[in-house]
Design a protein around this ligand. Structure first.
Ligand SMILES: [Zn+2]
Length: 118
């Protein structure tokens, strides 16, 4: 069951709410540690559905693949039900990034500079 942070806060008793508030006031080290551990745990798991064909992923299948990519502070995760879905994703990713492996943002910046010169 997915919950939003305000729904999770509703589940806490008064003492835990006060502990969270104190932690936040001191810089949020405890909350940050808990969130980092949960993110690490989630990155290791397959998503529930294939990001290409939207098939439900059997977490015990040997044909599943999960790709974790992106910068450390903005990691993305994509799961695939089979190798052909992974190949399809990678070929589209290459179209998105280009053969020279420049990022979409770098290409936009190059395009912006070109427009500035025109
Ligand atoms: Zn698939």
């Amino acid at each position: 069951m997915k919950r939003k942070i305000d729904e999770v806060i509703e589940l806490l008793d008064f003492n835990e709410l006060m502990n969270v508030k104190k932690d936040i006031e001191k810089g949020g080290e405890r909350i940050s540690r808990i969130v980092d551990a949960k993110i690490k745990q989630e990155l290791k798991r397959h998503s529930s559905h294939c990001c290409v064909c939207n098939a439900k992923i059997n977490p015990f299948s040997v044909f599943n693949f999960t790709l974790v990519f992106g910068p450390e502070d903005m990691k993305k995760k994509a799961s695939f039900c089979a190798i052909d879905c992974l190949e399809h994703f990678l070929s589209n990713l290459k179209d998105f990034c280009g053969d020279d492996n420049t990022t979409f943002i770098k290409r936009i910046r190059k395009t912006d500079r070109k427009h500035e010169r025109d």
